[in-house]
Design a binder for this molecule. Structure first.
Ligand SMILES: *[C@@H]1O[C@H](CO)[C@@H](O)[C@H](O)[C@H]1NC(C)=O
Ligand SMILES: *[C@@H]1O[C@H](CO)[C@@H](O)[C@H](O)[C@H]1NC(C)=O
Ligand SMILES: *[C@@H]1O[C@H](CO)[C@@H](O)[C@H](O)[C@H]1NC(C)=O
Length: 183
């Protein structure tokens, strides 16, 4: 046990830190009358700590239905579909959070960083923090992916927001999971 720990420490010291972090983020508005991108960028918060920041201004209310289609892609030579391609009815989820839904893991990771927490329809009176969706300094940590043992590599999360039945916005989030960070 002790030997393994020393060996592990040695490998980490020699090869650099093992890190899980954002590498890039892109936001595209598909329906310009629905929303506008105010912020969509990564911010260095400290050594090896990178926060994702998104601020979408909602231009048209009410929003009666919200679906999130998210797929995970792994980088090999180019990005290939990997493991998940799931569509979640956010309105239904907010009313009935369900820990057995895989979306729960993703949503729970985002909760401390995002201001979205309300049921549908989303109307003027319900959006307290003006009409905006704000994700602030969202930092990845290795624990978020601990349920997927052995997960390692460069990934892309492709997130499509479907509001009132139409594609509203597309977010591409790029991240490294358990990748060595050479010094
Ligand atoms: C994911 O599922 C959606 C809806 O079922 C489909 O339109 C899309 O092409 C799928 N994407 C991938 C990468 O398989
Ligand atoms: C929304 O926020 C309230 C109060 O902070 C909390 O009690 C509730 O569980 C949250 N709902 C969801 C779906 O996270
Ligand atoms: C907003 O939605 C809530 C809940 O459905 C409803 O009670 C309220 O009257 C609505 N407000 C407006 C301004 O539409």
């Amino acid at each position: 046990m002790r030997f393994v720990f020393i060996l592990w420490t040695f490998i980490v010291l020699v090869s650099g830190d093992i890190v899980t972090r954002h590498t890039n983020i892109k936001c595209e508005i598909n329906d310009k009358s629905l929303a506008e991108v105010k912020v969509c960028r990564l911010k260095v918060l400290g050594r090896g700590k990178i926060g994702a920041n998104i601020h979408l201004k909602i231009l048209r209310l009410p929003i009666k239905t919200v679906k999130i289609e998210y797929s995970v892609w792994k980088k090999l030579s180019g990005y290939h579909p990997f493991l998940f391609n799931i569509t979640t009815d956010l309105c239904h989820y907010m009313k009935h959070p369900n820990p057995s839904n895989v979306f729960f893991y993703f949503y729970r990771a985002l909760t401390p960083f995002i201001n979205v927490n309300h049921t549908c329809p989303i109307n003027v009176s319900m959006v307290r923090n003006s009409h905006d969706v704000i994700l602030k300094d969202f930092v990845l940590d290795d624990k978020m992916f601990s349920i997927f043992t052995g997960l390692k590599g460069s990934f892309m999360f492709l997130i499509k927001l479907i509001a009132n039945g139409g594609l509203g916005a597309t977010i591409n989030s790029y991240l490294d999971i358990n990748v060595e960070n050479p010094h």
